[in-house]
Design a protein around this ligand. Sequence first.
Ligand SMILES: Cc1cc2nc3c(=O)[nH]c(=O)nc-3n(C[C@H](O)[C@H](O)[C@H](O)COP(=O)(O)O)c2cc1C
Length: 186
Amino acid sequence: MKIIAIYGGPRLNRNTDQMLKRYLENIDINKNTIERVDLKDLTISMCDACYYCAKNAKCKFNDDMNLIYKKLDEADIVILATPMFFNSVSSLTKVMIDRCQMYWSKKFLLKKQTLKKGKKGILLITTGAKQKDKTIPGVSLVVDLFFKSIDAKFTETILIDNTDNKPFEERTDVIKHVISSAKSIY
Ligand SMILES: Cc1cc2nc3c(=O)[nH]c(=O)nc-3n(C[C@H](O)[C@H](O)[C@H](O)COP(=O)(O)O)c2cc1C
């Protein structure tokens, strides 16, 4: 399986990055190829709602989003890792998702999606506060539409909440879940 892991956090070696690393190092590399992309290292313009994609089935911008488009086109599994910012995904992640309006237009307006079929989408998320509603609606709605646009089935969310009080390294229970999910990814 071809796996693309999109890291949408602004900082490294903290909760979300640690969770993603732990996840990726437990994927069987004999059966899968993994490519990780850190959005913070890329230059991606925000969508300016020009609707070029609604007519042309592609984006008018020529920037690092082209790398992501290529990887999303080819991937069997898309892992999105983001911290929660203001009840949603991080801003880096949201800019990337908005640029997937191109896929939304291709799929829903132009009916000519060309993505590989049978994709899976997995969300890894950390939040500072405890989440009463473990379905994290503000994030799930955004990510669900992102995965729909790229023709991926949203198969799993792994949430690590309350990182303000108990950071990732201390979460042995959830780490076990991270590892078991990664080992059974295909
Ligand atoms: C701009 C900003 C907004 C945040 N908004 C929320 C929020 O709405 N809810 C929440 O529980 N935590 C929020 N947090 C806390 C982060 O989600 C939390 O610290 C997360 O684990 C950070 O991930 P990191 O350690 O990988 O950077 C926010 C943090 C920042 C910097």
